[in-house]
Design a protein around this ligand. Structure first.
Ligand code: PLP
Length: 455
């Protein structure tokens, strides 16, 4: 049991908050980290201890924790018009301006934007959009959704079913009709002697077989993260999207890019879809859209899908779906400013500038004898730990090595994330090369300490 003083913030948290995605044993042992404020890429706890956040919160606080321009944008909007909905054809002017900007920034020639409060809600909404679209197009049987092993698309009932990770078992998910294709992780899943291109082509053949077996006219759509994030930062194998794209076209299956993590610069391009040439029919965005200062999800529908959905909605008299706070003007104001900061105040440029230093740091960690693979792109990366480098045999999960590394790093003032057998990093876009060096110095030292402890 932890030894936090009675009535401390830690005790108050433990008595009043039910934390999600939290190992309760660790929480009981170490207590929560209760934060008061942030400065740049650091956050501060109630005792004044500072932590470098190498995960930008949850990938989203990309402009740091106290960006004055963002704070002013939200305060100015709050003084003028703090809240309104987007039902019944009503909307705040700021939300219209944001929609224009999102379409301009997107890879689409034109289109429309639909707003939610989170990435999960946005993906969930797209599922309903696709179901309604196919139903109105005389194909009501087109209901199956394809995602991939290791995908993360959210936590609602539908999006948890889309998520290809172990989180589902506790809830008796996935629901029927949610299919998981192969994960394009070459290092982990390639056959001996198989080239990266051959691997991508094999996965594409498997996908086509799955589609044919299920019945092409039963598939509503496929969702892909350009780089799988919560799956452990898995960039696609070479040629993967080029191999699967024609197959989806052949069977009339829309491709939805889940850019909740990769959208707005994380890979060094504004969109992961552009970096990896996905040519999606719609993009789902969230997280960085408001730089983490307000809850917001957005679906950017490409022109063709937007037109088709507009027709379906006209036939049904409406798209019968919406969230009270979707398109809230406070979120829109801060999103407009965040996109300006990313696009024109040098954040995207900084990701490109410091990314080589970040990737060098990952390679530095890869020299450790228990580092099986270091992988990354832009400012997202992971080091996967193994028992044996040559055989890639996984570590004994009971040792909880990644968790121990994250806990020890926390003691040293660094927040990083254990995910499966990997340590995952996604620092804010404003990070400097010197801060990157500090981050990897701490991690290198921590890995050495933890492996020395376990022997
Ligand atoms: N999609 C991806 C790729 C994500 O990484 C996440 C969250 O991490 C989600 C969807 C869900 O977003 P939210 O947590 O805002 O519901």
């Amino acid at each position: 049991m932890n030894e936090h003083a009675k009535n401390s913030w830690e005790q108050r948290d433990m008595q009043s908050v039910f934390h999600g995605f939290t190992d309760l044993e660790t929480l009981n042992r170490n207590g929560p980290v209760v934060l008061t404020h942030g400065e740049g890429i650091h956050v501060f706890d109630v005792h004044g201890k500072s932590y470098m956040d190498a995960n930008s919160g949850l990938w989203n606080n990309v402009a740091g924790f106290n960006h004055q321009g963002l704070i002013d944008a939200i305060c100015d909007q709050a003084r003028r018009f703090p809240g309104y909905h987007a039902f019944f054809g009503r909307i705040a002017d700021t939300t219209v301006a944001l929609s224009e900007k999102l379409i301009r920034l997107s890879p689409f020639e034109g289109g429309k934007v639909y707003y939610t409060n989170s990435g999960s809600e946005a993906n969930d909404t797209v599922v309903k959009m696709l179901w309604m679209l196919h139903r109105r197009n005389g194909q009501p049987q087109r209901r199956k959704i394809i995602t991939r092993v290791n995908a993360y698309h959210g936590v609602t009932v539908a999006t948890a079913s889309m998520t290809g990770k172990a989180y589902n078992a506790e809830f008796g998910l996935p629901l029927p009709g949610f299919l998981h294709a192969d994960c394009p992780h070459y290092w982990r899943y390639a056959r001996p002697g198989e080239s990266e291109r051959e691997f991508s082509e094999r996965l594409a053949r498997n996908l086509e077989e799955m589609i044919i077996k299920e019945g092409p006219d039963t598939i509503a759509g496929m969702f892909c993260e350009p780089v799988q994030g919560a799956g452990g930062v898995i960039p696609p194998s070479e040629g993967y999207f080029q191999a699967i794209r024609p197959i989806l076209r052949k069977y009339g299956i829309p491709l939805i890019a889940d850019e909740v993590i990769t959208g707005f610069g994380r890979t060094g391009e504004m969109w992961g879809s552009v970096k990896y040439d996905l040519q999606p029919d719609a993009i789902v965005a969230s997280k960085c859209i408001t730089a983490g200062y307000f809850p917001m999800g957005a679906i950017i529908l490409g022109q063709e899908l937007a037109d088709a959905l507009t027709r379906a909605s006209a036939a049904a008299e409406e798209f019968p779906h919406g969230f009270t706070a979707g398109g809230n003007p406070l979120g829109s104001a801060v999103a407009l400013k965040a996109l300006e900061v990313i696009e024109t105040e040098g954040l995207l440029e900084n990701v490109r500038r410091v990314s080589p230093r970040f990737l060098d740091g990952l390679n530095r960690l890869a020299r450790h004898k228990h580092a099986g693979e270091a992988r990354g792109v832009g400012l997202m990366g992971a080091v996967e730990l193994v028992a044996d480098k040559a055989t890639k045999a996984p570590l004994d999960g009971r040792l909880q090595i990644p968790e121990r590394i994250a806990n020890k790093a926390l003691e040293k003032g660094l927040i990083c994330r254990p995910l499966g057998q990997a340590i995952v990093l996604g620092p804010p876009f404003i990070i400097t090369e010197a801060q990157i060096d500090t981050m990897f110095d701490i991690l290198e030292e921590t890995m050495a300490d933890v492996f020395a402890d376990v022997g």
